[in-house]
Design a protein around this ligand. Structure first.
Ligand SMILES: Nc1ncnc2c1ncn2[C@@H]1O[C@H](COP(=O)(O)OP(=O)(O)OP(=O)(O)O)[C@@H](O)[C@H]1O
Length: 613
């Protein structure tokens, strides 16, 4: 039921299409009924035309009881038909009936298409909006979410879960506005024909309803598990395709294939079971339908045979025809309810993502800060990702125009420090100040505009080189883009490409070498022209040759800027104004290269390992 309410709300976010679908469905039901009823005059004309012509007097209306009303309409119809035959002949009457049937069928199908036409827009609009919300949430979510949660889970929410919702939206309007109308009209007719027989039939229906809802419940469980498995599978595929070079290099194809096969088989088992349960609904429905029909034939037949005058043969035939029409919308409702169960599971998973609260809260009354004037200060900063403390009592000051390098073994907390300045994570205690203002009091976009980051892995998008460079400043002119590329030592290679700056660089820039990609990232940072630069091992993934070119580009970028540099290769940070040496999240030494070498402490030993001293 909760699923139904949710789908209802979603569908009616597209009011116009929803209403048009409902109206079209309503007329579809009406013309469907008319198209069936119109066969009765046809039968009458073929089998008892003389009877029709015999009635020469228009009967007087009589509203005393049910039988009289029925008789009145029957007689009135016979009279009208008789007049028509007298005027146009039997063939004329036949032609009239045929044309009427044709028109009724045409209108029925016109409205049927009309309903589908508006429904198509509605279902895709609902999916489009949900997908947009998910995507928006995904890129606005704190960095902590993306490292914790697997990407595949997000992807499966945007694909298979949305698919379930789409199916449920399609069912919704049929279930609420088409099938119930059909059911009410048919039931009205059935009660009219025979109250005891209708009541008898209605006792049989809930039994089938109960069985179908049982299957629905179990289907929901299996489908949730199946979707979760799909998430794991997608993560695995992405990991494997992204790391295909490493897999080959380590000849780990078999290991990866084994892992994949295990997950793939589990997914197959779960989805097979879900399909089997879903597919059981239809044969079960049909069998239950037949069982109900047999019950009615037995009970109705015995009413006629006992000959108590409550039901005659003709009425019974009418009852059976209309009752068979009743089963279709009822089983439609049953199928729809199953689909709501699945959609409910999917919506729960989608809502899990949409409901995640951002842990990086914006300042209530942000202080205007668009320039960087004097210094960044870390004051007794402590930080932990989860339970284990990663940074302990970190204090340092980075003056404007100076360069601070962070060094230390892997896992000592260098990248974490750099992530704290743009507030990718918030600290547990202490404070980080920019020009004396706590970064939590600055608006997040303004704070991040003060900072540019060049990291080890250059992040490029499948777009032109020019658009990749102007990513942070979309209104940049070509001259500005070119100037930035020149400073980043990238202009030379870009202009030699077939389409120059208009060259599309392929998925994640895979048409370019590592050094070229890095220089484009640097050009992007140059163009953004932020006063504070963070370099997180910007050259460590490159070979010595391209490192030289990139380092030159970095030196250009750093001049006159304030920089925080993280480096494994200590040779690259020799000239930093201050080197901060970290060990297990604590600052153990700090000073310039010469001072630290003279101290012969931890930094000295790190330099020894790299054969710098
Ligand atoms: N997202 C995260 N969630 C939990 N723990 C993390 C996360 N990122 C890093 N850590 C842990 O925090 C510690 C510091 O990591 P950090 O990446 O800052 O070190 P680093 O000095 O930059 O290392 P490297 O030189 O290898 O990049 C490590 O123990 C690491 O395992």
């Amino acid at each position: 039921m909760k699923g139904l309410v949710q789908i209802f709300k979603l569908s009616f976010s597209q009011k116009r299409s929803a209403y048009l679908t409902i109206v079209s469905n309503f007329f579809y039901v009406i013309f469907n009924l008319i198209s069936l009823i119109l066969f009765i005059p046809f039968l009458n004309l073929i089998f008892k035309p003389e009877g029709l012509i015999k009635i020469t007097q228009m009967p007087a209306p009589s509203w005393i009881n049910r039988e009289d009303i029925m008789g009145y309409f029957g007689d009135k119809y016979d009279y009208e038909m008789g007049q028509f035959i007298i005027e146009y002949g039997k063939i004329g009457a036949l032609a009239f009936i045929c044309v009427s049937v044709l028109i009724a069928f045409f209108l029925k199908n016109l409205f049927r298409y009309g309903a589908v036409y508006h429904q198509s827009y509605m279902r895709m609009a609902v999916v489009r909006d949900l997908r947009y919300n998910l995507f928006k949430k995904a890129i606005c979510l704190p960095i902590a979410y993306h490292t914790d949660e697997r990407k595949g889970n997000l992807l499966s929410r945007m694909t298979s879960d949305l698919n379930e919702v789409e199916i449920a939206v399609v069912y919704l309007l049929e279930i609420i506005f088409r099938e119930p109308i059909a059911v009410v009209i048919s039931l009205g007719f059935l009660f009219y024909v025979s109250v005891p027989l209708t009541l008898f039939s209605l006792i049989l229906l809930p039994i089938s309803g109960f069985l179908i809802s049982k299957i629905g419940k179990s289907l929901k469980r299996t489908s949730v598990q199946g979707q979760e498995k799909m998430g794991t599978l997608l993560s695995l595929i992405e990991e494997a395709i992204g790391g295909v070079r490493i897999i080959k290099a380590f000849t780990a194809e078999n290991t990866i294939l084994k892992r994949f096969t295990k997950e793939n088989n589990k997914h197959q088992e779960l989805t097979t079971s879900a399909f089997r349960k879903k597919d059981l609904a239809s044969p079960l429905n049909e069998f239950l339908g037949a069982a109900i029909m047999v019950g009615i034939v037995w009970y109705g037949g015995s009413l006629i045979l006992e000959d108590k005058g409550t039901l005659n043969g003709e009425q019974f035939m009418g009852f059976i025809i209309v009752f068979s029409q009743l089963l279709r919308p009822i089983s439609g409702i049953a199928n729809g309810l199953t689909s709501f169960k699945k959609a409910e599971a999917s919506l729960e998973r989608i809502d899990e993502v949409l409901d995640i609260k951002d842990t990086i809260l914006p300042a209530k009354n942000p202080i205007e800060k668009t320039t960087f004037e004097s210094e960044i200060v870390f004051n007794k900063v402590n930080f932990s990702y989860k339970e284990t403390q990663v940074l302990k009592n970190i204090s340092f000051e980075l003056k404007k125009g100076k360069t601070i390098a962070l060094v230390g073994e892997s896992g000592s907390g260098k990248s974490t420090i750099s992530d704290l300045i743009p507030r990718f994570y918030d600290i547990n205690s202490g404070e980080i100040l920019i020009d004396g203002i706590n970064i939590k009091d600055i608006s997040i976009p303004q704070l991040r505009n003060l900072i540019s980051i060049v990291s080890q892995e250059s992040v490029l998008f499948n777009d032109t080189i020019a658009n990749n460079i102007s990513f942070g400043k979309p209104d940049a002119t070509s001259a500005e883009i070119e100037a930035a590329a020149k400073i980043a030592n990238a202009h030379e290679f870009i202009k030699d490409l077939e389409h120059g700056y208009a060259t599309t660089i392929g998925d994640r820039g895979n048409k370019l070498s590592g050094g070229q990609k890095q220089r484009i990232s640097i050009a992007r940072a140059v163009l953004a022209d932020s006063p504070i630069m963070i370099f997180d091992e910007a050259t460590s993934a490159l070979d010595t040759e391209s490192e030289k070119v990139v380092q030159k580009a970095l030196d250009n970028l750093m001049s006159n800027r304030t920089s925080l540099v993280i480096a494994h290769r200590l040779s690259t940070i020799r000239n930093a104004d201050q080197i901060i040496v970290l060990k297990q999240g604590e600052i153990v030494e700090s000073g310039n290269h010469d001072q630290l070498i003279a101290e012969k402490g931890y930094y000295y030993s790190l330099c020894q390992i790299q054969q710098l001293v």
